[in-house]
Design a protein around this ligand. Structure first.
Ligand code: FES
Length: 105
């Protein structure tokens, strides 16, 4: 399934991901440098923070309580915020658009 990584002022980058892998893993596979993923997916760093556009939220799902708590540590979180290590790819997410934050630092 394709994941489209979007960033203000930059070209879209499309990465082919495997169903069952996380968006974070897909980003690392595709050399998406904005996703630092310092903790390796253990839900303890918030450096895999991304924004999910409203039109994709139904298919992507919402954050659980632990993820919500960790999102408070992210840079500039808003109502679209998710931690990309907690989003698993499914077939219906083919073409999903993921907005990268300006900075994770
Ligand atoms: Fe650390 Fe997602 S990689 S919280």
């Amino acid at each position: 399934v394709k994941v489209v990584f979007k960033k203000e002022g930059a070209e879209d980058r499309v990465v082919e991901g495997q169903v069952g892998n996380s968006i974070m893993e897909t980003a690392l596979d595709g050399n998406i440098g904005e996703i630092l993923a310092d903790c390796g997916g253990a839900l303890s760093c918030a450096t895999c923070h991304v924004y999910v556009p409203k039109e994709w939220q139904d298919r992507v799902g919402t954050a659980g309580a632990e993820e919500e708590a960790m999102l408070e540590m992210a840079v500039d979180p808003d109502e679209r915020s998710r931690l990309s290590c907690q989003i698993g790819l499914s077939d219906e997410m083919d073409g999903v658009e993921i907005i990268l934050p300006k900075s994770q630092l």
